[in-house]
Write a protein that binds this ligand. Sequence first.
Ligand code: NDP
Length: 274
Amino acid sequence: MTPAPDRYAVIGHPIAHSRSPWIHAQFAKQTGEHVSYAAIDLAPAELTPRLRDFFVQGGRGLNVTVPHKQAVLPLLDELSERARIAGAVNTVIRQPDARLRGDNTDGSGFIRDLTHNLGFSVSARRVLLLGAGGATRGLLAPLLALEPAELVIANRSPERAAELAQRFASRGAVRGCGYEALGSQRFELIINGTAASLDQQLPPLPLAVLEAATICYDLAYAAGGTRFVRWAREHGVARCVDGTGMLVEQAADSFMLWRGVRPDTAPVLATLAA
Ligand code: NDP
């Protein structure tokens, strides 16, 4: 009799849109790893009991998405260095002694897509990061390590952006502000790390800032591009991409943490692009 597959899942709210189960199924097929991967919708109040249940019932690992990336921290036994720096977790690994370890592959996945798949060099460029939630936290340290000329975080609640910038200030030139304070500054790279796309909304980014950008990258993803991607394209931004590449790369990094093998992302990206 074939043993049951090792169980993995992504938890979030909402989660129905997630492509992670499909991506992990491709990785499992490609690597021959005997795993299953489900999408579990968890409202915030259910996080603590259901996370425990998942692991008590033999679950091996979880991906964590909106809105749980920070809320999950106190439920874990230990954190990787990058999850600690980010203050956010997107991957939970059950270790052989049953301790739960939190890690964060959002930053590594994003940087791999931006620099390797899209060929963008961050060094000495001006970068604007929209949003100050769980996803942006994971991006800050790896982005600053690439030494942009300046990294500006703009957020609807400006104090959250300022707080985040202060937290990362020792790692490079970073400051936080509200959207109005952006005026008509120029940025080569604009990253939409807000959750606005999930509600088909746009962050209140001044048009002058958008139109001066070379590349717009939305961390959210949607068939045909997110509203932000379509908006940027309509306003003449040369390269507009959604977060599909990041999604696949961060998934490959999580798979590597769980199974010890990093899948080849190229065929998965090619299928998604088609
Ligand atoms: P959080 O809920 O932690 O943070 C949400 C952020 O978005 C906050 O800064 C919030 O501002 C801001 N925001 C929400 N709605 C609006 C709006 N209408 N206008 C302007 N700002 C808004 O979410 P996450 O950081 O976890 O996720 C953010 C996005 O990144 C999501 O779309 C998610 O799908 C995507 N993502 C994609 C990944 C990928 O692999 N491609 C991986 C991780 C995330 P305020 O502080 O003022 O409330």
